[in-house]
Design a binder for this molecule. Structure first.
Ligand SMILES: [Zn+2]
Length: 204
């Protein structure tokens, strides 16, 4: 077991939300304009099929890109646990509900897991609880750390970074019970047993 792992941060752009919004618009206009029920159903099925196909193609593409990049670095993937998503209705938060409705998360994970296993890479599941308000460097948990949708700024140690990436760093740190350290643009995970004082942790 290594006590120092390194992470890579990058984002992959996709237009799945846009595709879904477009098809939602199409569905609404069919329901409004086509009065004949039979024809309406036919059209809804046809466009529903097209939408699924387009979204699935995108999911496959994105997960393949991700797995190929991981393979290049011989890296495993850390992702949030599906356990929360499996709870039915009641326990899901508003935010999670929104995420699930605007992006087929579960399906995406199925593809990702498959593409990683196919390449002999591991997928590690971790608990994502409070990953958006926790500082990956000093561990401070505070709602105020999340300044807005894009910005994270730790109230304790001052670490400021893109909020999406911060959530990723937290998942990364939880994969081996460690804390994250950033030095000269490189991101490390250091196991808790080898921690040093916070000042050391980040100098970009
Ligand atoms: Zn901090």
């Amino acid at each position: 077991m290594y006590d120092r792992w390194e992470a890579k941060l990058f984002s992959i752009k996709h237009d799945i939300k846009r595709i879904r919004t477009n098809y939602m618009r199409i569905r609404k206009s069919i329901q409004k304009k086509v009065k004949n029920k039979n024809l309406q159903n036919k059209l809804l099925t046809k466009y529903g099929f097209r939408e699924r196909k387009r979204v699935e193609d995108k999911l496959k593409k994105v997960s393949t890109i991700l797995a190929e990049i991981a393979k290049e670095y011989n890296a495993d993937l850390v992702r949030e646990s599906l356990r929360d998503l499996k709870l039915n209705g009641k326990k899901k938060s508003k935010q999670l509900n929104y995420r699930l409705s605007s992006f087929p998360y579960r399906k995406f994970i199925t593809y990702i897991d498959y593409k990683f296993y196919e390449r002999g890479l591991n997928v590690v599941e971790v608990n994502a609880k409070k990953s958006s308000i926790t500082c990956p460097i000093c561990g401070c948990v505070d709602k105020g750390n999340r300044v807005d949708k894009e910005t994270f700024s730790c109230r304790r140690c001052g670490f400021a970074f893109n909020a999406q990436y911060v959530a990723c760093l937290n998942l990364f740190s939880r994969s081996n019970d460690g804390v994250v350290a950033i030095r000269s643009g490189r991101i490390y995970l250091i196991h808790r047993s080898t921690v040093r004082p916070p000042k050391w942790w980040w100098s970009m």
